[in-house]
Design a binder for this molecule. Structure first.
Ligand code: PLP
Length: 391
């Protein structure tokens, strides 16, 4: 049995002496998984033609089978992509939109996805509707109700996060998918944070497509993510890069998107093995409990509140900062930077619903002690930054 916590830090390549409380933004890849990707790169360079022509197709499918088993979908309906943005783009670009078609998402949507939708709107005349989801203190019913009220006869797609980035809220997917089905509207789930954070059974979710990152909570190298399609998706989806395999079926098209570095995909089974060795479901449950527990603790120490009831958080959680100065992304960035410079604590800070929020993460290498001095460090940083911003 592996002992989780700071003792594991040498398995990662972190700088000495830092407290890393933001696994959520980009993940962090253990040395042995990086080494596996490097082995694949060395294999490629030892005979590039043999590698690309003969070895790669089978190797990618082997990796896809491992990932498909981990996330709960048959391998022929799973394709690797570069990242969650790539997967979302693939779905959005694979259909002929009509002017006035509506896409419903929520006010918790990730900003890059919001921009993706704005671009789509400019290109096609699609209308993007953001269902209002309360924050702070949302609840499952208010999420579903907000989406229900945004649906019209012109709604052609519902695009929802599994775990929202800025608010850290886990959305009630079963109820959202049931609602969409009752209106015969396809669903795309942006599960950027899903794999490795929560127990995942993609087919049981029942959405038309689920897009997930492997580099965050599964700790694969960057550049490994997936798109999974249901048995009967609303439309055929093609990769954002169309290449030799066009027209050869879902898995084949995603498997070969031209000459690129496929090592992050090939090293994904090693990331899964590492995750399982650290406990798999036990690790995930432990991380979720740690984030929830410490969010409540830090909020109490700051005299504020968490962004949502504990039951709606996974292994990231938001805490309101006691801040009465200007609220925007520049101030959030400044606070993050100041905290890092003063304490070597890496923490996500965001501006949302007129307030500043700290978002803590809980990963295998974290332990309760990592959050012990956080409230005091934040208070101190807030005080000096407040002086700075009002000067
Ligand atoms: C909810 C959500 N969607 C999409 C993304 C984009 O992920 P990527 O940059 O890997 O494409 C993120 C990244 O944090 C996210 O949190």
């Amino acid at each position: 049995m592996v002992e989780l916590g700071r003792g594991l830090l040498p398995l990662w390549a972190f700088e000495e002496g830092i407290t890393f409380l933001n696994h959520g933004s980009y993940g962090a890849t253990p040395r042995e998984v990086t080494a596996e990707a490097d082995r694949w790169r060395a294999r490629l360079e030892s005979q590039p033609v043999r590698f690309f022509n003969e070895e790669l197709p089978g190797a990618i499918r082997t990796a896809a089978v491992a990932l498909a088993g981990f996330v709960g979908v048959p391998p022929e309906r799973l394709g690797f992509v570069e990242n969650a943005s790539d997967g979302t783009n693939a779905v959005l670009r694979s259909v002929r939109w009509r002017e006035g078609d509506e896409i419903v998402t929520t006010s918790h949507v990730y900003n890059a996805v919001r921009k993706n939708l704005a671009w789509l709107s400019t290109m096609t005349g699609v209308v993007c509707v953001e269902a209002a989801v309360p924050f702070p203190t949302p609840d499952d019913a208010s999420v579903v109700d907000g989406i229900a009220r945004a649906i019209t006869p012109r709604t052609r797609l519902i695009l929802v996060d599994h775990i929202a980035s800025a608010s850290a809220v886990v959305l009630p997917l079963p109820a959202i998918v049931a609602l969409a089905r009752s209106h015969s509207i396809p669903v795309l789930v942006d599960g950027a944070h899903g794999p490795g954070m929560v127990d995942l059974d993609v087919d049981a979710i029942g959405a038309d497509w689920y897009v997930g990152n492997c580099h965050k909570w599964l700790a694969s190298p960057k550049g490994s993510a997936f798109i999974a399609a249901s048995a009967n998706p609303a439309w055929e989806v093609h990769p954002t890069v169309i290449s030799h395999s066009y027209g050869m079926g879902f898995a084949a098209e995603f498997d070969k998107i031209g000459t690129r570095d496929y090592a992050p995909w090939l090293a994904t089974p090693a990331a899964i093995a590492f995750h399982e060795r650290l406990g798999g479901p036990v690790l995930r449950a432990r991380n979720v409990e740690m984030a929830r527990r410490n969010a409540l603790r830090v909020a109490a120490e700051l005299g504020t509140e968490t962004g949502a009831p504990s039951a709606m958080f996974g292994s990231i959680a938001t805490i309101r900062l006691p801040w009465d100065g200007p609220v925007d992304w520049d101030v959030a960035r400044l606070l993050r930077q100041r905290l890092w410079e003063r304490t070597r604590i890496e923490l996500h800070v965001t501006a949302l619903a007129g307030a500043l929020w700290a978002r803590i993460s809980a990963a295998a290498y974290n332990e309760d002690a990592d959050y012990a001095g956080l409230a005091a460090a934040l208070k101190d940083t807030l005080t000096t930054t407040r002086t700075g911003t009002s000067a």
